[in-house]
Design a protein around this ligand. Structure first.
Ligand code: SAM
Length: 389
């Protein structure tokens, strides 16, 4: 099994991943492995839930993305996160003769891309794979570095993934505790149930603290370990209740998100597990590096993120910071957030040797009206840049 250490490793997280790797080897031969819920290999059931009238996912900040990508006739555009295809469809209509390379790690999304490809004869090229597999996929198609005009990366989960209880992403829907974006492509990769049932308490707490920015990580990890002594935690709502049970009732109903709306106390736990299971921060970094390699000079990049860990990574990457040694740096997301980019050299801040030219210096957020129409996009942040000539 391939299970590399996440880039954003505090020492505790590094230990976590080693522990997980060890636990995983034991786990594979233990009766627990049959308890975790499985995704469906045949995507037809999931596909049937996607109605032709209702878009499977409402694209976030569509207007802004089209503005900053500035698509011209005949261009080749890479949509690294096809999802329900909303952005791809708009890109195809933005100018005549545009070709879209449509990547997604989720086979369900790629089935939709294949349908769209049939409608657009040769103008949509579906690619099943992860950001970290993209350069290999494109080189098999003889697509060379420096040959793409514009790239979009719309990180995170699609509504299709969130809305399917069977995928195990949503705490509001009961389903197997799965959360793998790849579905069954890598059957040996751990599901969220494997993580919560096999890691030791300290490792769990490290994951919740680092990837969920959860202040009560230790308390929640302890509740998980207590609960799984009685019964393995295999369902999303079972985990949500275990987490809620670790807080006094008054707190359970008092938590608010950044927009001051009621938030379930398990929201950050779910976010942390999803990031860990899908190795999302390493993947995001791999995606940004691939974009830098594949874009033409002056090619445009738009990146949409949904939480601060991702946005900080994108911001620092576009400022030209070398993020390849973060493991050795004992990277801790919170510590780095307060560093105020002290380490950046002058040219990395946008001088004449900088790799990226920001198309807008400040992060772009959705307009109020868009949030009203598509509340799921409320925490989105868009950063747009062009590769320097
Ligand atoms: C927010 S959705 C994209 C929605 C899309 N822009 C639309 O308009 O429908 C994110 C998609 O990116 C995919 N994804 C996330 N991480 C990925 C990765 N590392 N490699 C490839 N696809 C990834 C997910 O499977 C999901 O389908």
């Amino acid at each position: 099994m391939v299970f590399h250490m996440p880039l954003h490793s505090s020492p505790a997280i590094k230990k976590t991943n080693l522990a997980l790797w060890r636990a995983w080897r034991t786990f594979k031969f233990s009766p627990l492995s049959s308890l975790a819920g499985r995704g469906s290999e045949d995507t037809s059931e999931e596909m049937s839930a996607v109605s032709p009238e209702k878009p499977p996912h409402t694209p976030v900040m569509l207007k802004e993305v089209l503005h900053y990508l500035d698509i011209q006739a005949g261009q080749v555009v890479l949509d690294m996160t096809f999802g329900g295809g909303g952005h791809t469809k708009a890109i195809l209509s933005a100018a005549p003769g545009v070709t879209v390379l449509a990547l997604d790690r989720d086979p369900t999304a790629i089935s939709l891309a294949q349908r769209l490809a049939e409608q657009h004869h040769g103008r949509v090229k579906p690619l099943l794979g992860r950001f970290s597999e993209l350069e290999a996929l494109l080189s098999n198609m003889s697509i060379k570095p420096g040959s793409i005009d514009a790239v979009l990366l719309d990180a995170g989960c699609s509504s299709m993934q969130m809305d399917q209880a069977e995928r195990g992403f949503a705490l509001s829907k009961d389903g197997p505790l799965d959360m793998r974006m790849d579905g069954e492509r890598y059957p040996d990769m751990p599901r969220a149930a494997d993580v919560v049932n096999t890691l030791d308490q300290q490792a769990l707490a490290s994951i919740l603290a680092a990837y969920g920015e959860e202040r009560h990580a230790r308390k929640i990890a302890s509740a998980i370990v207590e609960a799984r002594r009685v019964n393995p935690i295999t369902r999303t709502q079972q985990l949500a209740s275990v987490v809620a049970g670790s807080f006094p009732a008054a707190v359970v109903h008092a938590r608010r998100d950044r927009l001051h709306r009621p938030a379930h106390v398990a929201t950050k736990t779910f976010q942390a597990l999803r990031i860990f299971v899908n190795d999302e921060l390493n993947e995001l970094h791999a995606g940004l590096r691939a974009a830098r390699t594949l874009l033409k000079p002056a090619g445009r990049l738009c990146v949409i993120t949904f939480h601060s860990l991702e946005d900080r990574l994108v911001k620092r990457f576009l400022q030209g910071e070398d993020l390849s040694n973060l493991e050795q740096d004992h990277f801790s997301p919170r510590k780095h957030a307060s560093r105020k980019d002290k380490k950046l050299a002058g040219d990395e801040r946008g001088g004449e040797n900088a790799v990226w030219v920001p198309l807008r210096r400040k992060v772009i957020i959705p307009e109020k009206e868009d949030v009203r129409e598509n509340p799921r996009g409320r925490s989105a942040k868009l950063r747009a840049a062009a590769l320097r000539h």
